[in-house]
Design a protein. Structure first.
Lengths: 110, 544
């Protein structure tokens, strides 16, 4: 079953964000998106994100559950942010906005 | 010898005959049509009926919400949810939710993965991709669109499903490269055309291409009936009519006598007359007798509701209710304005195919003009009569006329197909209005030419002895006769007054029309119209 997100550790510092990235094997857009997600987790969401990579060819049921029709698709589930982004995630401003993060380079946005 | 093309029957009424068996298996059919043409419905019916027949199917839609699709299907009596529960049908909404953000390039591989996985899981044989062009609009560049189309095409070819892609043709020559691509992808191409002329919708289907197969090349009318899509090829008119059969009773013994045994099976009988002369009752007597013999009858009614018809003839001793209950009689009632002539015809044809009746009644053909004009009515009747004649079905037509004029009685120019004409009229005589019946024509049989008086009793219609004509009084005293004569004379004068009034109206309109024409011409010449061009004529001033 899909876990109900958003209520983990409500007052233990920064809220946790759950990222589910749907990819199709190693095709180029999927590889790019994977890299972006990995970097964001390292640089902006360190310690407060959970990432799950789903390959639609291996788990099409999950794709049905989350209504994924194109890849890559990033499903964001968090206390303050919620949404879906499709594409290789190369336009970072769009991704940051969906995550509720400022575009600023600073490490500690608040 | 060329390899035999395997086909997937659509099980859609009338369509497999046009496609000579169905849609190509393992290949793609492109179904195009404007919005409202019914392409989604047709594609869905292909899946629905296929699933019922044991071929699981997948529907991927990019336009309608799935819930809406299920609801629409339910109105046609299709229980999609039950098939979904059985894993015989899978519906998937392919479009992105409106709040989806876009960042960079993407592909449709998610859908393909789902379709492939689901197809394996349920053993799918059919797939429909509905309104793909909506999804393709998400891609900015033609190159991306082409890539996606190729990817889809490759997958479909490898998956081996009978595929239907529905697309809406671009208006104003929009993305024509897309259409070229669709065309090249399709081994079979079907175009649905939905036109509206004179406020009446006409729907035509045309197969424009079918690689490796024969098909009906003509435009074929189609309709969406209350059980689904229905296509009908217009057969070679008149060439396959069945010969007339034996005599069968009219349901009225005395009428059988006049007609030397009754109507001929498979013939077309027209009852014509003013309102209230007993046309429907005569038909119903025939219907009740036929149903009593166990022969099925379809009654196409445009005038009354089922309850009203049953009740009206019941009061004259003709019982239809038991036959309706046993299913030997079926009533197909609708308002002529409710749909186009095309749809009326297909609806009737659908009922004929379903019920396989021995006899069909159309009550009344005079109402058919309200389907969209004289031409529409003519086409409707011609095609219905042809369909019946080809099947050896007896047809009873009711024509409500506004006068006794013979031209009107013969009915909408269909007289060449009518075998027997029975005229019904009123006759005013000696204080009462009597009903007269007159066999005007009876092809291939002897019949009495006399006008006969008939009465409607609570035991049905009774035809009396030959009516001998004016002045010959059989019963009654001189006083009664004189009184009757006076009344008749008064009625005659009343009638003449009304006729004169009508003529006066006509002349007034003519005058008005001429004046307007005159004024227009005067205005064109730049002169002012003359002062009042004469007063209205009074009845006395008229010339014959």
């Amino acid at each position: 079953m899909a876990p109900r997100p958003g209520h983990d550790q409500p007052n233990a510092g920064a809220p946790t964000v759950r990222l589910r990235l749907f990819v199709a094997g190693e095709e180029p857009n999927s590889a790019k998106a994977r890299a972006v997600v990995a970097r964001l987790c390292r640089e902006r969401l360190a310690g407060r994100c959970q990432v799950e990579i789903v390959d639609v060819f291996e788990d099409f049921e999950a794709a049905i559950r989350y209504g994924v029709s194109v890849v890559p698709t990033l499903v964001v589930e968090g206390a303050s942010s919620h949404g879906t982004i499709v594409g290789s995630l190369c336009d970072e401003a769009v991704v940051l906005a969906a995550l509720g993060l400022s575009a600023a380079e600073g490490e500690h946005e608040r | 010898m060329s390899p035999v093309l395997e086909k997937a029957p659509t099980y859609v009424a009338g369509l497999d005959a046009i496609l000579e068996g169905g849609l190509p298996r393992g290949r793609t059919t492109v179904l195009s049509g404007a919005s409202g043409s019914g392409k989604t419905l047709l594609a869905l019916e292909f899946l629905y009926r296929g699933a019922l027949a044991g071929e699981p199917g997948i529907f991927i839609g990019f336009e309608e919400r799935l819930e809406q699709l299920r609801e629409n299907a339910a109105t046609l009596g299709w229980d999609l949810a039950a098939l979904e529960r059985d894993n015989r049908l899978f519906l998937l909404a392919g479009h992105l939710s409106p709040d989806t953000a876009v960042s960079g390039d993407f592909t449709l591989q998610g859908l393909l993965a789902v379709a492939a996985g689901k197809s394996r899981e349920m053993g799918a044989r059919r797939i429909v991709i509905d309104a793909l062009e909506v999804m393709l609009r998400l891609f900015d560049e033609p190159r991306q669109v082409r890539n996606e189309m190729h990817r889809l095409n490759d997958w479909l070819q490898q998956a081996g499903l009978a595929t239907v892609l529905t697309v809406r043709p671009a208006t104003r020559g929009g993305s024509s490269y897309l259409e070229d691509f669709f065309d090249s992808m399709g081994d079979c191409c079907i175009v649905l055309d939905h036109r509206v002329a004179e406020q009446i919708a006409t729907r035509r289907l045309r197969v424009t291409k079918y690689r490796g197969s024969g098909f009906v090349r003509n435009e074929v009318p189609y309709a969406i009936t209350d059980s689904g899509f229905f296509a009908a090829a217009i057969s070679t008119v008149g060439l396959r009519h069945k010969p007339l059969g034996e005599k069968i009773t009219t349901g009225i013994a005395s009428l059988d006598e006049i007609l030397d045994g009754g109507f001929r099976r498979g013939s077309c009988v027209l009852f014509a007359g003013l309102p209230g002369t007993g046309k429907t009752l005569l038909c119903s007597s025939f219907v009740a007798a036929a149903c009593g013999r166990g022969e099925r009858v379809l009654y196409v009614g445009f005038e009354e509701s089922e309850a009203a018809l049953v009740e009206n003839v019941r009061s004259a001793g003709v019982l239809l209710q038991p036959h309706l209950e046993s299913g030997t009689l079926r009533l197909l009632t609708s308002f002529p304005e409710a749909m186009g002539a095309e749809e009326h015809y297909l609806r009737a044809l659908g009922a004929i195919e379903d019920l396989r009746p021995a006899h069909v009644v159309v009550d009344a053909i005079s109402a058919c003009e309200r389907m969209g004009g004289r031409q529409a009515a003519f086409e409707y009747l011609m095609r219905l009569l042809n369909a019946c004649k080809e099947r050896g079905i007896t047809v009873l037509l009711v024509n409500q006329t506004g006068s006794d004029a013979l031209a009107e009685i013969s009915g909408n120019g269909i007289s060449s197909l009518v075998d027997t004409v029975i005229g019904l009229a009123y006759h005013e005589g000696y204080g009462e209005i009597t009903r007269l019946l007159h066999v005007l024509k009876s092809r291939g049989s002897r019949h009495s030419n006399q006008k006969r008086e008939f009465v409607i009793t609570d035991r049905g219609i009774e035809i009396l002895k030959a009516y001998v004509g004016e002045g010959e009084v059989l019963t009654g005293t001189a006083r009664q006769v004189q009184e009757a004569k006076d009344r008749v004379e008064a009625q005659r004068l009343d009638f003449e007054i009304r006729a004169t009034e009508l003529e006066l109206d006509r002349l007034r309109q003519l005058l008005q029309h001429r004046k307007e024409g005159f004024a227009r011409r005067a205005a064109l010449r730049g002169t002012s119209p003359p002062a009042e061009g004469g007063s209205l004529p009074s009845p006395g001033q008229q010339e014959g």
